[in-house]
Write a protein that binds this ligand. Structure first.
Ligand code: AMP
Length: 412
């Protein structure tokens, strides 16, 4: 069943506590280098403010390890948000405490306040499993969540990037607000629509493209997808664990030896499910991975002393052909060491093929920071259907995992 959104409730005169993902990149001087995550939260924020709600925003930024650390302050986000909204955003320099709750109380309809980084408090990231086993931890997490929950009459979750986590602000707070409206924002609504539709009701052929460093990170995704997709295209370092299992020589290429057998088991599962798995037939290889390294193409086996750093030109062409007729595409992970040109060629070829298939009517979903940044770098962001705001969360969604923090929110 679909979840209620901010469009389904009346926030007039109510205090609304909204969990955002303002985990923006900062430079050494704490300047925001991309305000994308703030911009993406604007539709939900504006809806609440225009509906005369008093808005209390909360987020994490980076990993400050439960301590106040100015490097991870959300103050620059409050400033940028004020500029984008054209109105003052109050900044509370602690996410809880008497001063913060007094500030929350004083908010008038249409006012907006941002709380300081939730992760300046160690209670935010106490795992539920640890809290279950340790009464003191449970109490600390509950007390912290209650302070946040007590500030508001309505809970809104628009932080897809942390939807797979059991952080206090994601799960304990809405649990404490039972009986009050608890809904999702427009950003999560869009994520659930694209990812949910792809898994439930995909146009076919349904093609998954998986890359990146490790097979071990993607086992769950592959296991869940073999029965759902028509084709899995594999690139990146993870391909070499599969290829070694098939008896190929992979030289010095990255390989997870402990997962070779699991890789072969996955290939067998795919075969049984009638799901085609495509592995690279050639590779860009180097003796040493560094910028400007001399590289050559290896077809089939890779000589000892060489390491694969990208899929080769034949693989890139073959992969593009396998994408061209797709009606649904999910892509997570680069095809090579795309941070070091020219080893970004395979990833670029895939990004272009995905954009071209989308032009022809496919629904394409890009998950994962690296594939998203490749698409953005090539200026193709408007030629794909959806770039997920949560790399880890979108992977877990594709694994078929249930997000308990979303489960508890109101149904339509
Ligand atoms: P992941 O976080 O699993 O999506 O992996 C992304 C990382 O995988 C990127 O930093 C890439 O540089 C790296 N990567 C992709 N292909 C290769 C490869 N063939 N060899 C080494 N690293 C790779």
């Amino acid at each position: 069943m679909a979840k209620k959104t901010v469009a389904d409730i009346d926030v007039k005169g109510r205090k609304v506590l909204m969990r955002c993902d303002f985990n923006v990149p900062l430079d050494d001087d704490c300047n925001i280098t991309s305000d994308d995550r703030i911009v993406k939260a604007l539709p939900t924020i504006k809806k609440i403010l225009e509906g005369s709600g008093s808005l209390i925003l909360m987020s994490h930024l980076g990993r400050p390890q439960g301590r106040k650390d100015e490097k991870f302050s959300l103050a620059p986000v409050a400033k940028r948000l004020s500029e984008l909204l054209g109105r003052n955003v109050v900044f509370a320099d602690d996410c809880v405490g008497p001063q913060t709750s007094a500030k929350a109380k004083a908010l008038k309809p249409g006012d907006c306040m941002l709380l300081e980084n939730l992760r300046f408090r160690k209670e935010e990231t106490i795992k539920d499993k640890a809290a279950k086993e340790d009464a003191q931890l449970r109490q600390a997490k509950d007390d912290f969540a209650k302070e946040l929950a007590d500030m508001a009459d309505v809970y809104v979750d628009d932080a897809f990037g942390t939807a797979h986590r059991d952080n206090a602000s994601m799960y304990t707070v809405p649990m404490m607000m039972e009986g009050k409206p608890r809904v999702i924002g427009f950003l999560i609504e869009k994520e659930l629509k694209f990812l949910g539709d792809a898994l439930r009701n995909p146009g076919r052929p349904f093609v998954a493209i998986l890359g990146g460093a490790k097979v071990s990170d993607k086992i769950g995704v592959i296991e869940n997808l073999v029965s759902k997709v028509d084709r899995i295209i594999i690139g990146g370092a993870m391909a070499y664990t599969f290829l070694k299992g098939r008896g190929k020589s992979i030289g010095k290429s990255l390989c997870e030896n402990d997962f070779i057998d699991k890789g072969q088991e996955l290939l067998k599962q795919a075969l049984d499910a009638n799901c085609e798995v495509v592995l690279p037939v050639d590779h860009h290889v180097v003796r040493e991975l560094k910028p400007g390294a001399k590289h050559r193409t290896a077809v089939g086996d890779i000589d000892p002393g060489y390491q694969a750093v990208d899929i080769g030109p034949m693989a890139a062409e073959a992969y593009a052909k396998k994408i061209t007729d797709a009606k649904t595409i999910v892509w997570n992970g680069p095809m090579g060491v795309f941070e070091i040109p020219p080893f970004d060629e395979g990833t670029k070829a895939i990004a272009l093929a995905v954009a071209e298939a989308t032009d022809k009517g496919a629904t394409s979903i890009i998950g994962g920071g690296d594939s998203a940044s490749a698409v953005n770098k090539l200026g193709l962001q408007d030629r794909v259907s959806h770039i997920s705001t949560g790399g880890g969360a979108s992977l877990e969604f594709l694994e078929g995992k249930v997000f308990k923090c979303l489960e508890i929110l109101d149904e339509k």
